[in-house]
Write a protein that binds this ligand. Structure first.
Ligand SMILES: NC(=O)c1ccc[n+]([C@@H]2O[C@H](COP(=O)([O-])OP(=O)(O)OC[C@H]3O[C@@H](n4cnc5c(N)ncnc54)[C@H](O)[C@@H]3O)[C@@H](O)[C@H]2O)c1
Length: 359
């Protein structure tokens, strides 16, 4: 059975923390592998939270390191010291609105940081090959936003859709995808890339659509929806994504890209209505009809109209399918946020403190 010693970057963020839980929880049984080490390298920006990892404190396979992927020396040390044979690279600046307000950090982490990580991986892989070990994989985690925006009747994004990024976020991710591709072709670094649609689930920073709306419904605050709410996204429950990432890392073909999606296109306004219904189903004590709180606000500049993803390749080649429907995933998500108000409270307090610290 394959034994993996994995460096996860960004493992204190939303998808990263879910991934680390998955790797040290269900992955071994579901995917027939052993995992003897998960080194979790995270800078702990505003989006990274140690509190998302408390349940792993007694798991000796998990080693948390606070640090920056741009620090090549630190990365080289971790790769060597822990005998890493797979990198799952998720660390990123990930919020589109923030990339419009201050793009530089996106270029530094998403592009320069990915370059430094790829280069440290290149040297590490070469050293392992020289020692007769050829088991290394680099999983580069990217987004469907690199493909641009679709019209209402356009076919869904496939792995051969030309890149057309529209925001500094998606441009920085597109740049990093090209670097990953170049490292396969120029240096034969065994990279596999995934491009995924919108995730939802536990441990998501409360600035993103679902946790934001859940909190606002609970507090009876206005529910801000961009434009007329008709922008369309494909939605995937985060644990399904984590299983897809682990499969792609284990069994994906080197140099290939796999699109991952939830087969679930929805207008933002319909997502908000579904959330309101799911919160109401859990909390019958909420008196107010939250639909009255929906407020349409000025659209984000350059807001992409529609994303849709054709994920048939990962289905055929690796046998991956999303297990949650939107309805089941949404109910799990709402219940998780209701059961974990302390987690939200801690993040909100920390975020306020950081904002004050910057002003
Ligand atoms: N959230 C989604 O719906 C989605 C969809 C498709 C792809 N992705 C991709 O998945 C990855 C994870 O997304 P997320 O939503 O979990 O992001 P997130 O913002 O919740 O987490 C990012 C994590 O990276 C860490 N980080 C940031 N800069 C770093 C640096 N320089 N060095 C080390 N750590 C750093 C942060 O502290 C944080 O813990 C990203 O690469 C993103 O582009 C996300």
């Amino acid at each position: 059975m394959e034994d993996k010693r994995i460096l996860v970057t960004g493992g204190a963020g939303f998808i990263g923390s879910n991934l680390v839980h998955y790797l040290l929880g269900k992955a071994e049984k579901e995917l027939g592998m052993t995992i003897s080490r998960v080194v979790n390298l995270d800078k702990l920006t505003y989006a990274g939270n140690r509190s998302s990892l408390v349940k792993l404190e007694s798991d000796l396979r998990h080693v948390f390191v606070q640090g920056d992927i741009q620090n090549s020396e630190l990365v080289a040390y971790l790769l060597r010291e822990h005998g890493i044979n797979a990198i799952m690279h998720l660390a990123a600046e990930s919020h589109v609105d923030r990339s419009i307000d201050s793009p530089e950090e996106f270029i530094m982490t998403n592009f320069v940081g990915t370059f430094r990580l790829l280069d440290a991986a290149r040297i590490h892989h070469k050293e392992r090959l020289a020692a007769g070990v050829d088991d290394f994989r680099f999983l580069h985690v990217s987004t469907d936003e690199v493909y641009g925006s679709l019209g209402p009747h356009d076919p869904a994004f496939s792995e051969t859709t030309p890149y057309s990024p529209n925001s500094p976020y998606s441009a920085s991710k597109a740049g990093s995808d090209h670097l990953a591709r170049a490292y396969v072709h120029t240096f034969q670094l065994p990279v596999v890339t995934t491009n995924c649609s919108n995730n939802y689930g536990p441990f998501q920073f409360p600035e993103k659509l679902m946790p934001l709306m859940i909190q606002k419904v609970l507090r009876g605050e206005k529910l801000p929806v961009y434009g007329d709410g008709s922008n369309v996204r494909d939605w995937l429950y985060v644990e399904d994504h984590c299983r897809g990432l682990t499969l792609a890392m284990l069994r994906g073909k080197v140099g290939e890209t796999y699109n991952i999606g939830g087969k679930c296109e929805m207008k933002n306004i319909d997502v908000v209505h579904a959330l309101i219904a799911a919160v109401n189903a859990e909390r019958s004590d909420l008196k107010r009809d939250a639909k009255e709180l929906i407020t349409f606000v000025k659209d984000r500049p350059g807001h992409d109209r529609r994303y849709a993803i054709d994920c048939s390749k990962i289905g055929h080649e690796l046998g991956w399918e999303p297990l949650e429907t939107f309805d089941s995933g949404m109910r799990k998500t709402v219940r998780w946020y209701l059961d974990n108000e302390a987690w939200i409270g801690e993040i909100e307090r920390k975020y306020q403190l950081q904002r004050l610290g910057q002003s």
